[in-house]
Design a protein around this ligand. Structure first.
Ligand code: MLT
Length: 260
């Protein structure tokens, strides 16, 4: 039997039971998973994705009460904007070593942190973004059972930034893993959209894609348009820097914590 290679354009299309077998990659290019990779690369001890602002605040209080030696930072966005009273927003550039080194970051975002909740029964969950693309691919090359590329979408709808990355992973896995896969329909669509966006040698990975070129594609997405309207266009460029980092954050479905 061929290993499955599934793309889910929005979390509601994924059956949590199916995610139990193989490796899941959670994807929210603009911006949650890009930001998480930045945070871990900058030395954060852990990121805890929370579904709601209230859950995040409650967890921060508990952590402060039980351990006052660890720096705990509340982070996230609603409608792209920083949440009043929180320490950090959701812009990757905020997550610098001098800010987040050795901190535990409690993160709540509109879509990305919700997608992790769908993976609570999964075996292995990776955090994927263009900024750590090769690290994700390397881990997926070793997965012979099933690969699930779980796009966060935007408020229940598909957004092109996520599916472009999923399409790149599908294309590169097929070309380079040495395995043949059984693709679902969304995986075929994502791969074809990736190939339509970037001609060879860029689509194949033979030539690196300059951030300006990828950012132009990401701008043309529902999440990109929303960020531009909110005055945060520079975050799109930061999300388009392929392989800026080599780290591979993983989400532990039992504890609900992401570590590097
Ligand atoms: C999210 O997780 O909802 C997104 O990252 C949205 C954003 O960053 O504004």
């Amino acid at each position: 039997m061929l290993p499955k290679l599934n793309v889910y354009a929005v979390p509601s299309l994924a059956d949590p039971k199916e995610l139990e077998i193989g490796t899941v990659v959670v994807i929210d290019i603009l911006r949650a998973t890009t930001t998480i990779v930045h945070a871990i690369a900058a030395g954060a001890t852990a990121v805890v994705p929370c579904a709601s602002v209230e859950d995040a605040q409650r967890l921060a209080e508990i952590l402060h009460e039980t351990d006052d030696t660890t720096s705990v930072l509340l982070a996230g966005e609603r409608d792209c904007l920083p949440i009043p009273g929180f320490d950090l927003g959701n812009s990757p550039s905020e997550y610098r070593p001098e800010v987040v080194f050795r901190a535990v970051i409690i993160l709540t975002t509109t879509n990305g942190t919700q997608a992790f909740q769908v993976c609570r029964r999964a075996q292995r969950v990776l955090v994927g973004a263009f900024v750590n693309a090769s690290a994700v691919l390397k881990a997926l090359f070793e997965e012979s059972h099933a690969v699930h590329l779980l796009c966060s979408g935007i408020e229940g709808e598909f957004t092109r930034d996520d599916t472009l990355f999923a399409g790149m992973l599908v294309d590169h896995l097929e070309r380079k893993s040495g395995l043949r896969y059984e693709l679902n329909a969304q995986a075929i669509t994502a791969r074809e959209n990736w190939r339509a966006a970037f001609a060879p040698p860029y689509s194949s990975g033979a030539e690196p894609i300059p951030p300006e070129m990828l950012a132009a594609q990401l701008r043309n997405s529902a999440a990109g348009e929303k960020l531009i309207a909110a005055g945060m266009e520079s975050d799109i460029y930061d999300a388009a820097r392929i392989d800026l980092f080599t780290c591979l954050p993983t989400f532990d479905p039992t504890s609900g914590i992401i570590v590097g």
